[in-house]
Design a protein around this ligand. Structure first.
Ligand SMILES: Nc1nc2c(c(=O)[nH]1)N[C@H]1C(S)=C(S)[C@@H](COP(=O)(O)OP(=O)(O)OC[C@H]3O[C@@H](n4cnc5c(=O)[nH]c(N)nc54)[C@H](O)[C@@H]3O)O[C@H]1N2
Ligand SMILES: Nc1nc2c(c(=O)[nH]1)N[C@H]1C(S)=C(S)[C@@H](COP(=O)(O)OP(=O)(O)OC[C@H]3O[C@@H](n4cnc5c(=O)[nH]c(N)nc54)[C@H](O)[C@@H]3O)O[C@H]1N2
Ligand SMILES: [Mo]
Length: 771
């Protein structure tokens, strides 16, 4: 059932705009984090909890996937990590009384901010068909056993296992993820969409094809020792604050940093490290040596320009390219070189919005660099031509042999704290044949081979009535996915929706005909099973795996870990069936070392898993391109690719909108109403527009407008009542926050090859609201 996205809870009339900050972090950040965490947890619990973040015997921060350094600070967390911890370790509770008080219709009128503020879920709850007396529908308490039986029965009764869809968000531990994919494949489907499909899928697609690995090729030491770091399409001051410390270190070691972004993001420009007295006292470190204010979607052109310049100078003077590397380790150089030679400079200038002189200046920095790393996040992955863009990033690095040597390589900076680990554990709708064979051998069954649905395909399947059960291992599917109205209607077509969650969100209130909530332990919670206190493991953005152990008393006694939930479901779903994985599910539920044992035999690089993560140690997964310039591509070589130049076309009178994160949110979880570094306070329904465009379009700052998305299917998608804010962004480009704007992103507007929704490029027109 579709509902109008609510906007009542945050009073947008209170929004006000101050100047943009030019420095990130520093003392105000620490104070702000402590305020949010004291509100949620109280002072004593805040201090106890925050001191455990990312320590060797503590828990992995549930914030981002940036790696920990070998030598830990006492307080190894950042402002936004502290907020993520506070959100989970809050003392507020959502109890059965809460659900008795609020009907489902009432809850549906609230936004994710209000829902998240209510606290931790404490007991399994079930929402059935209409009430017998025809009154309002409420979630009612249900026992674990009854809830899991309902789910198992629904799965066992499907005509076809492909009628079930299993989503995963990226916080799920390796152990839970491994069992979960086994449950799904044991049922007989590969329908395993995950948040990666909307996130770094484009990186995975481009890197597998060109380097034979779907992950980055650098370590934290490489970052510290790089000669040149290009940070493109990323806002680390907000989303990966600990990365700023690494950039600061690189800077002290003599690195040059180039920031490529349509917005002058505070963290990239200047950084005050609250963990060093120097940082605060002396106004911080200047990070970016050069800021390239690029047009949205102009990055492919930028990297083609760099490649073109390097080739031109090499032709004239020689000595620019690493010929030995190119000859020995790569293929496709000739066709790449011919392709970039044919692109006219004026087109590269038009696409980037950057003058040729400035493009060549950046290229000169690359030419003279001894070792170059390119870091990127959503600004490069969420466009139609993202895979082509990232192929061109790889091309530039290959020219100078910048793969597989110290201080050089590709660095896709991951989002969720275990999103990379979940993939390693097999959360993937298109699993590799060798992975499935190893699963078959280990568990004595035959896993399905047919590829499953990714996130967008899963929505289409539900929309078209092809799916009957939808289960989510964390996340907030309704708010995180594109085309909110379509998604809400699609979920309404499903017989049973199941959410395994820590906190309440829109996905619990926009449901299938029946719905079940299974409350689960988070990273900070102590997890005691029959076999004693359990640890789980996670993999960071740089392929380092380590254990995580929560210490807090869980929100209620009636909660199960993700592992226990999935292990019990495996037992119930597989009972008495042929061709299902064979394992002692109850033993695995009570002692996770048994799961790690299975992992060590199935997943490459995990030999001696248990010993390697003992006593806070880290297991570094093999990384063939980095370790010995091995490339698991068809040719066994790294691949240069020739990619036709693409960039977005913006029709006259329209703007190209990117949807991004404010400083006070974690994806769909809204911590607060401020975007401190960008100077927006007290509200979220704002659209940042270049002052000249505001004037050209006939508006003034502060005008309230509807954003209307224009897409070739002719469907009108509208997000209502946004305030216009003048901001430094290239002409024709605009920015507004997600998830409020997801309603504008057309389901079928996806990246070529990777299928990622184009959240960073939505054509909109602004429509004045009648006063
Ligand atoms: N506190 C906090 N931490 C987080 C998250 C969070 O929500 N809150 N989310 C986590 C997750 S899942 C992820 S994936 C990451 C996201 O981390 P980011 O990718 O940093 O997140 P976004 O807010 O989407 O910011 C995109 C950045 O790219 C820029 N950009 C947009 N389009 C383009 C473009 O075409 N070219 C270039 N060069 N730049 C562009 C934007 O101006 C912005 O600076 O952060 C993770 N960490
Ligand atoms: N328009 C637009 N859309 C986007 C993006 C964008 O930039 N623009 N970014 C995309 C990206 S990069 C991503 S990664 C997705 C994010 O998509 P999701 O991962 O689906 O969304 P989150 O908001 O991170 O999910 C938050 C919920 O996860 C649950 N949760 C938190 N911790 C745990 C845990 O430990 N276990 C369990 N079981 N549940 C837990 C809580 O209930 C919480 O409400 O959104 C995507 N959507
Ligand atoms: Mo993400």
């Amino acid at each position: 059932m579709a509902t109008k996205p609510p906007k009542a809870d945050i009073d947008e009339s209170a929004v006000h705009v101050t100047g943009r900050k030019k420095v990130a972090v520093g003392v105000p950040a620490v104070l702000h984090a402590l305020k949010i965490s004291n509100d949620q947890m109280g002072v004593k619990r805040s201090v106890e909890t925050l001191l455990r973040v990312n320590q060797k015997d503590g828990f992995d921060c549930p914030g981002c996937a940036w790696p920990e350094e070998e030598k830990r600070h006492i307080a190894e967390f950042c402002e936004n990590g502290a907020k993520a911890v506070a959100e989970e370790a809050t003392v507020r509770r959502v109890t059965p009384e809460f659900f008795a008080e609020h009907s489902i219709d009432e809850l549906r009128g609230h936004d994710d901010w209000w829902l998240g503020q209510q606290g931790r879920l404490t007991q399994p709850m079930m929402l059935d068909g209409a009430d017998a007396d025809g009154g309002a529908r409420h979630y009612r308490p249900i026992s674990w056993d009854a809830a899991l039986k309902q789910i198992a029965t629904a799965l066992r009764e499907l005509d076809d296992p492909d009628e079930a869809i299993f989503y995963t968000s990226g916080r799920t531990s390796n152990e839970a993820a491994f069992l979960y994919q086994l449950l799904v494949r044991g049922l007989g489907t590969n329908n395993l969409p995950d948040c990666s499909n909307m996130c770094h899928e484009s990186s995975g697609s481009a890197l597998v094809e060109t380097l034979g690995i779907g992950k980055g090729t650098v370590s934290i030491e490489d970052i510290h020792n790089a000669d040149l770091l290009i940070v493109a399409g990323q806002n680390p001051g907000t989303n990966h604050p600990r990365m700023l410390s690494a950039l600061e270190k690189a800077k002290r070691n003599g690195a040059t940093i180039v920031a490529v972004n349509p917005l002058p993001e505070a963290g990239l420009m200047r950084f005050e490290n609250p963990q060093t007295p120097r940082g605060v006292a002396f106004g911080g470190t200047k990070l970016a040596d050069e800021f390239v204010q690029i047009r949205l979607g102009g990055d492919q052109a930028l990297f083609q320009a760099i490649g073109k310049h390097l080739l031109e100078v090499d032709d004239r003077e020689g000595g620019v390219l690493d010929r030995d590397f190119i000859d020995e380790y790569t293929t496709g150089f000739g066709s790449y070189a011919a392709a970039v030679a044919a692109v006219p400079w004026r087109e590269l200038v038009a696409a980037t919005g950057v003058p040729e002189k400035a493009l060549r200046r950046v290229a000169e920095r690359v030419r003279t660099s001894k070792s170059t790393i390119v870091c990127w996040a959503m600004g490069l992955t969420q466009h139609k031509h993202s895979v082509a863009t990232l192929r061109d990033v790889v091309n530039v690095l290959l020219l100078q042999g910048n793969i597989g040597r110290p201080g050089a390589g590709v660095c896709p900076v991951r989002g969720h704290s275990n999103v990379q680990g979940d993939r390693t554990m097999g959360i993937y709708e298109k699993p590799a044949e060798h992975f499935l064979q190893w699963l078959d051998d280990e568990f004595a069954f035959h896993a399905p081979r047919k590829h499953g649905y990714d996130t967008v395909e899963a929505i289409r399947a539900m929309r078209d009535g092809k799916a009957r059960v939808f289960m989510a291992m964390g996340g907030n599917f309704v708010s995180a996915t594109p085309d909110t109205t379509v998604v809400e209607a699609a979920l309404g077509n499903v017989d049973l929706t199941v959410q395994v969650s820590t906190k309440l969100n829109r996905s619990h209130v926009v449901t299938g005909r029946r719905a079940i909530i299974l409350p689960t332990l988070g990273r900070t919670d102590r997890d005691v099973r029959g076999g004693g206190e359990q640890r789980v493991t996670v993999e960071d953005s740089m392929s380092a795996v380590h254990a995580s152990r929560g210490r807090l008393v869980p929100p209620s006694e009636d909660m199960l870990s993700e592992v226990a939930i999935v292990a019990r479901l495996c037992a119930m779903v597989f009972e008495g069936r042929d061709n299902v994985p064979r394992a002692d599910w109850s033993a695995l539920e009570h002692d996770y070392t048994g799961i790690r044992d299975h992992i060590s035999r199935v997943v490459p690089g995990f030999d001696d898993f248990e010993a390697k993560i003992a006593k806070g140690r880290t297991l570094y997964l093999p990384n063939a391109p980095r370790d010995d310039r091995h490339f698991a591509t068809d040719s066994g070589r790294a691949v240069f690719t020739a990619n036709p130049l693409e960039y977005p076309f913006i029709p006259d009178g329209r703007l190209l909108l990117q949807t991004l994160r404010s400083h006070d949110q974690y994806n769909t979880t809204i911590y607060g109403k401020d975007d401190r570094y960008r100077g927006i306070h007290g509200g979220r329904r704002v659209i940042l527009v270049n002052a000249k465009d505001i004037q050209k379009l006939g508006f003034v700052e502060g005008d309230i407008v509807d954003l209307v998305s224009e897409w070739r299917d002719g469907v009108e998608r509208r997000a209502e009542e946004f305030r216009i804010v003048a901001y430094s962004t290239p002409r024709g480009n605009a920015a507004a926050y997600y998830p409020e704007t997801n309603v504008l992103v057309p389901l079928d507007s996806t990246a070529d090859v990777s299928g990622t929704p184009t959240s960073k490029s939505v054509i909109v027109r602004l429509e004045r609201r009648a006063a």
